[in-house]
Design a protein around this ligand. Structure first.
Ligand SMILES: [Zn+2]
Length: 139
């Protein structure tokens, strides 16, 4: 039997009543007063409520994002400062992804790849500056 949320007018207790009790006097379980519950036109039935997201879910997407950014950063780490942005994104999304239980392995992989790409890029730029040439074209 579907239960409908109603509020006791006497004590403001949140109650649920069966649909068959609507518009009929019921006794409030909290204060004992009798009132007539009416359907809340704007209210939603408990059956319609979306399932609550469990804590710990939602990290897989961030982990995958971090891994993709990390791989891209590593692939492009010899092609200029663009890799720094990708690497930074990989590190950032990896760090955020670490908070979540699922996708943590992916987040760690993305984090490591992103850091590696940044280190390689910074090293390449440093080497380029030392050689006095174009810092983004050392090969
Ligand atoms: Zn009451």
């Amino acid at each position: 039997m579907p239960q409908l949320p109603v509020t006791c007018p006497s004590c403001d207790a949140d109650l649920t009543v069966g649909r068959e009790h609507l518009n009929r006097p019921v006794r409030c379980g909290a204060c004992g007063k009798t009132f007539v519950p009416v359907a809340d036109p704007g209210g939603r039935e408990p059956d319609d409520l979306p399932p609550r997201k469990k804590k710990g879910e939602g990290g897989a997407g961030l982990g995958i994002l971090s891994l993709i950014l990390g791989v891209l950063a590593l692939v492009t780490c010899c092609c200029g400062p663009f890799a720094l942005l990708l690497g930074g994104g990989a590190v950032l999304s990896g760090l955020i992804g670490l908070v979540y239980r699922d996708g943590r392995g992916l987040a760690i992989a993305g984090l490591v790849l992103g850091l590696l790409a940044i280190v390689l890029q910074v090293g390449a730029m440093a080497a380029g500056f030392r050689l006095g040439g174009d810092p983004f074209n050392i090969f």
